[in-house]
Design a protein around this ligand. Structure first.
Ligand code: C2E
Ligand code: C2E
Length: 183
């Protein structure tokens, strides 16, 4: 039974939390916020040029890029934080007891780690640079009378929106970027 539970809770490829398990934990943390007024931030991470990596090198290398991304995430967050795979090349991190300024620092640390990482292909004679776009949101900016589900969806939507802005900046200026949700 414990084995089955583990399968349902983890994303098979990356061993991060599954989308389902991540949402259960996020909803729990929102409940805690409602009762105890605890703070909470969220970071969404999307790989840059993931489609090109998949198209050019094939799906197995695409999978390696996703595994590398999840390793970078795991190495840079606390065991009390929770990282999950939302789907495709989109990742999410829940940061309990963490304000938006700190979330920005953590996001910046992650952005730099992605910039420095290279994906090594085959015998090691081919190296592919990877990078990511990041967006962060915070629970304090949300209305108190919303349902758990509404708060959950808004936290995700706001971080997503910020991440898309970061992606636009990266496309326009090169490099990579983190953006903070302003609403
Ligand atoms: P810092 O790296 O500048 O981080 C500032 C604050 O951001 C931390 O304050 C914490 O509130 C938040 N923060 C940073 N990284 C994370 C993270 O991965 N997850 C979460 N949830 N929050 C994070 P805090 O805890 O008072 O730490 C103060 C300083 O102590 C940090 O400044 C850092 O220099 C050092 N530090 C604390 N824990 C660690 C650690 O596990 N590893 C390393 N290398 N340094 C640490
Ligand atoms: P952990 O709390 O699970 O954090 C895992 C990793 O996330 C850290 O590995 C570090 O890479 C990153 N990290 C977490 N919080 C911070 C932070 O505030 N600032 C920065 N710059 N990075 C952070 P690291 O540094 O190898 O630490 C391994 C473990 O050692 C940590 O696991 C924690 O259990 C402990 N540790 C390290 N430094 C501190 C500290 O200053 N205070 C406390 N309470 N524990 C620490």
């Amino acid at each position: 039974f414990a084995e089955l539970e583990k399968i349902a809770h983890t994303d098979k490829l990356t061993a991060l939390a599954s989308r389902h398990y991540f949402f259960i934990n996020l909803e729990q943390e929102i409940q805690r916020h409602k009762r105890y007024d605890s703070i909470l931030s969220l970071i969404i991470i999307d790989l840059n040029n993931f489609k090109q990596i998949n198209d050019r090198y094939g799906h197995l290398i695409g999978d390696e890029a996703l595994k590398l991304a999840s390793q970078i995430i795991k190495d840079n967050i606390r065991t009390t934080d929770l990282a999950g795979r939302l789907g495709g090349d989109e990742f999410v991190i829940m940061l309990p007891e963490t304000g938006i300024e700190q979330a920005e620092e953590i996001g910046e640390r992650l952005r730099e780690s992605f910039e420095q990482a290279v994906l090594i292909i085959g015998e090691g004679n081919q190296k592919v640079d990877i990078s990511a776009s990041l967006g962060a949101s915070n629970i304090n900016l949300l209305e108190k009378d919303q349902s758990i589900e509404e708060v959950r969806n808004q936290l995700i939507a706001k971080a997503d929106k910020a991440m898309y802005k970061a992606k636009k900046m990266a496309v326009a200026n090169g490099g990579s970027c983190i953006m903070i949700s302003e609403d």
